[in-house]
Write a protein that binds this ligand. Structure first.
Ligand SMILES: [Zn+2]
Length: 154
């Protein structure tokens, strides 16, 4: 979708249908509606909530912070506005892993990144080698079974 002054209802409806269909396919809980989606988009103030990039008049996507196949809910409090680049780079990664990546690559600590790093009590510069270099990361792995994951809300 394009972030603009007036959010086109048809674009929202079609995006919404896609999100809900994907969630059903993954067996995720929750169903989004247009009003919730619009509120969530406006709450981002037109910035990628991961990296902080300005999205006004640019393309944006909605990202499930805890991805659906990790047990994330298909609800507005598990959704953030993301630039296509962040959404693609994040994929199915654990949110803490991606938050550390963002901080280390951009040096920016957006509200979302800050919230996630605090939630997991990670100081990214010290903790990043953990993700890259050893196996003590079961709970942050990218391939965990969705049933093993607690349900987080943001
Ligand atoms: Zn971004």
């Amino acid at each position: 979708m394009i972030y603009q002054d007036i959010l086109d209802d048809r674009a929202l409806q079609s995006y919404l249908a896609d999100l809900n269909a994907r969630a059903r396919k993954c067996g995720a809980n929750g169903e989004l509606d247009v009003a919730g989606l619009r509120d969530r988009i406006l709450a981002s103030s037109g910035r990628c909530e991961w990296c902080g990039e300005n999205l006004v008049r640019g393309t944006f996507e909605l990202d499930h912070v805890v991805s659906l196949n990790r047990g994330g809910r298909n609800e507005t409090d598990n959704l953030v506005v993301a630039c296509p680049d962040c959404n693609r780079r994040k994929g199915q990664k654990h949110p803490a892993r991606f938050a550390a990546e963002i901080f280390n690559s951009t040096g920016r600590r957006t509200i979302l990144v800050d919230k996630i790093l605090q939630h997991f009590m990670l100081e990214p510069r010290e903790q990043l080698p953990l993700f890259a270099a050893n196996q003590r990361t079961e709970d942050l792995s990218d391939t965990c079974d969705r049933n093993d994951q607690p349900r987080y809300r943001w």
